[in-house]
Write a protein that binds this ligand. Structure first.
Ligand SMILES: [Zn+2]
Length: 60
């Protein structure tokens, strides 16, 4: 056997990842890209411009 199997992880541990999201330039609102279907979305809360940004969010 030549593989390691010692990466134990508690079941309660959440997984986070950096993904590109749309972040409002005015308020704290942001959207996942799979919910945005236009090239230049506006914020659903304040109608401000949204920018693509990396954000560390929980994926599991
Ligand atoms: Zn906004």
């Amino acid at each position: 056997m030549s593989y390691f199997n010692n990466r134990r992880k508690p079941a309660s541990e959440h997984v986070y990842a950096d993904i590109i999201i749309w972040q409002c330039s005015i308020c704290n609102c942001w959207s996942r890209p799979e919910f945005v279907h236009v090239a230049e979305p506006n914020c659903p809360m304040c109608k401000g411009m949204m920018n693509r940004e990396a954000k560390n969010i929980r994926i599991e």
